[in-house]
Write a protein that binds this ligand. Sequence first.
Ligand code: C5P
Length: 291
Amino acid sequence: MSVTRRAHAKLNVFLHVVGARDDGYHEIETVILPLELHDVVRAEAADEFTVTVSGARAGELARAGGEALVDSAARAWAHETGRASPDAAIAVDKRIPVAAGLGGGSADAAATIRVLDELHRTDLSTETLLGIAAAVGSDVPALLLGGPVYADGRGDRVTPVHAQTTAWVVVPASFAVRTPDAYRWWDARAESGPDPGAVIAALEAGNDEILGPAIFNDLQFAVAARHPEISDTIAALLDAGALGAVMSGSGPTVVALARHLAHADQIAQAVPGAFVTSGPPRTMGPPSGVV
Ligand code: C5P
């Protein structure tokens, strides 16, 4: 008996930092778009709880400290259901770049909660699943819900939004950025940009010409000040014809909007290390697509 799900990466089409909170987090307003790019998470009933990782990015993940979020998601699910252990062998096929601002670890954690709920037929309510997700990490509820969302609070309060399919060029960096560092660097300036209204309206309408210049990330200035490669990559993508380009989440991955997949391919050829994906995933369906 096993259950397998796709764990979709995300990008932040918009991220506005409202301000620092007393609990060590920051109040944010963000628009999260899940992507076709995905890991695969499989849970098989087992007496002993294990997590194994394979796939193209497994080595990268091991160097970054392993799948800690999968471990804590499985334990949080077990705790919620009154079990001593998740009673499962979890296997992750890792394809999403690690510590990149693409939500790979959070996506795996969200998929872990889903596959355990299905494997053990606990049939928890969406509200309970979201509560488990929020305890694991700020991005996990958005990725558990699946589909594009507007998120506020520390990113854990999620509201579905409608989005037409958009084509993206993704450029991972050769270095990682830790999320707490990105927020700490923002604190030094504490300047905030616009609100997300224009981005949400453009996503809903599928208006790429308006969406391109409206994509935005308050953390970008702070991270790019330490890592000028980010600004260089954005400039290269815009030179190659992207409608807009921005750092995703806490970075350092840069994402750029294209008119369609063929246009994205053309832009990607001009920027070393770039690849093409789209979002939201066609295969997703509610809530996140059984493989
Ligand atoms: O929620 P998560 O564990 O992913 O957050 C990691 C760290 O990133 C937090 O401990 C905090 O330092 C920072 N963070 C933040 N504000 C947010 C989300 C994360 O300051 N909204």
